[in-house]
Design a protein around this ligand. Structure first.
Ligand code: NAD
Length: 461
């Protein structure tokens, strides 16, 4: 693992698990499962709370390690650690949010519904926000009584592994297991392992498709949080103010654009187009790109070379198609003197609506802005990709926003906000179309981590 802000610094090493090690991790989880299931939800919650306290006590070290392995700003890493802790506490206290066992009677029959854990759960984590996303998948699984085997991404495994070590050390042995290594070998071996009853996955749509194929063999339960290409739609009645541009810029550039629900394309009514392009360029001009450990830096590097090349190729392609590419912002002193995956922000105007930078998920600090004339036109464009994760509508008229939201294919639509953190742990989250299957967060995540067992009882006569 090298530091994306300093390619000469090795941050750590991770091993490649063998298939036998993957299988033995699932065996340890299966063996530990019945005892964990026998704990009451309150008892499980107490242990999860204890783990949250211990992880919080290591917050500074975890955030530092995460910034060095990932490239994020230290403040972003701190927020990721505190979100992981908050998610763990939220689910630890969620035992009362859901009914675990209840009776219903009809026509002389009593039905007892028993909510039971699905079983050993594979938690497969992407590189972009491993602490937040890893805990959003594993905390409800654990609270619902499932043992887990976690596989982080090879691009940012270290801070998650350290947090999991603390968690595993707090819970009974075998409940939290970790396997590291590539997706193609270790991830696949885990998904295919016979003892896995559910796969909780966050990552790309392409890998999601592969996991569906693997899950088909045993009809393994599957929860998929996949890629997104979120549109932000600015209607003609929305004044273009500094405040609006600053919110939109936060939605685009936070975490260097590497968040599933970052704003990935902006459609603005033609009457507001020049002002919005100028406003976004002005916001991007204030960005300082460099190491996440430098106090004055406001945007870190991209996480890895492949991601840098992908975003760069999309920007070059847009330029070749005749788009205007603005490259405001500046490199920090550190970035000019060190090798890293640094990239200045790109605000791309005069771009055709069908350009790859518009239709594909760029996952980086490049934003295409497209003018629209009518509601019908923008609705067709907004819905015109395979994705359907989030979207946002910007207007002072909230009723109009609700009307348009019904016509947008997305799991979440924000109004006058659209950035990481805008969807909290208790609000349902997930994609439609090829952005995913199922809903995470809140009680929905607990429901996905459980099966309802229906026991029908007819009294003896
Ligand atoms: P990825 O699909 O390449 O990898 C995700 C994880 O899957 C990694 O741990 C990887 O090693 C593993 N993996 C890869 N191939 C595998 C296979 N064949 N079998 C089993 N495991 C395999 O995704 P990424 O590049 O790490 O993450 C970025 C993507 O994740 C983006 O598309 C982003 O939008 C998406 N994402 C979605 C959400 C959401 O909530 N919807 C959140 C964050 C990221």
């Amino acid at each position: 693992m090298v530091n994306p802000a300093n390619l000469d610094e090795v941050v750590g090493w991770v091993g490649e698990a063998t298939e036998e090690q993957v299988v033995s991790a699932t065996a340890a989880a299966e063996a530990a499962g019945p005892d964990w299931q026998a704990h009451t939800p309150a008892a499980r919650g107490r242990l999860l709370c204890e783990a949250a306290d211990r992880i919080e006590a290591d917050a500074h070290g975890l955030a530092l390690l995460h910034t060095r392995e990932h490239g994020k700003l230290l403040g972003e890493s701190r927020r990721n650690v505190s979100t992981a802790v908050r998610v763990l506490r939220y689910f630890a206290g969620a035992g009362d949010l859901i009914r675990w066992e209840w009776d219903e009677s009809t026509a002389g029959v009593t039905t007892r519904y028993i909510r039971q854990p699905v079983g050993v759960t594979a938690v497969i984590v992407p590189w972009n926000s491993p602490l937040t996303l890893g805990f959003l998948m594993l905390a409800p699984a654990l609270m619902a009584g499932n043992p887990v085997v976690v596989k982080p991404s090879t691009f940012a495994p270290l801070a998650l592994a350290r947090a999991l070590e603390i968690l595993a050390g707090t819970l009974p042995s075998g409940i939290v297991n970790l396997v590291t290594g590539s997706g193609a070998r270790v991830g696949m071996a885990l998904a295919r392992a016979a003892r896995i009853r559910r796969i909780a996955f966050t990552g790309s749509t392409e890998t999601g498709r592969e996991l569906m194929r693997i899950a088909a063999a045993r009809i393994t339960n599957l929860s998929l949080e996949l890629g997104g290409n979120d549109p932000a739609i600015v209607l003609e009645d929305m004044p273009i103010t500094d405040e609006l541009c600053s919110e939109l810029a936060a939605g685009v550039f936070t975490a260097t654009g590497q968040i599933c629900l970052n704003v990935k394309r902006i459609y603005v009514h033609r009457s507001r187009y020049p002002d919005l392009v100028d406003g976004l360029v002005a916001q991007a001009a204030a960005l300082v790109v460099g190491s996440g450990l430098e106090p004055d830096v406001t945007m870190g590097p991209l996480n890895n070379r492949g991601q840098w090349e992908r975003v760069d190729a999309l920007i070059r392609d847009a330029a070749q198609r005749g788009a205007t590419v603005h490259r405001p912002g500046r490199l920090s002193d550190w970035a000019t003197g060190h090798r890293g995956h640094f990239m200045l922000p790109a605000v791309v105007s005069e771009i055709e609506a069908e350009a790859p930078l518009v239709l594909e998920e760029q996952f980086g600090p490049a934003i295409p802005i497209i003018p629209f004339d009518t509601w019908d036109q923008v609705r067709v464009w907004a819905n015109g990709t395979e994705y359907g994760l989030c979207s946002s509508i910007w207007t002072p008229d909230v009723d109009r926003a609700f009307r348009l939201a019904r016509e947008i294919e997305a799991g979440t639509t924000f109004v006058n906000v659209h950035r990481p953190g805008a969807s909290d742990v208790d609000q349902a989250f997930g994609g439609v179309k090829q952005s995913g299957m199922g809903r995470g967060h809140g009680i929905w995540a607990l429901e996905e981590a459980t099966e309802l067992h229906t026991v029908i009882h007819r009294p003896a006569t």
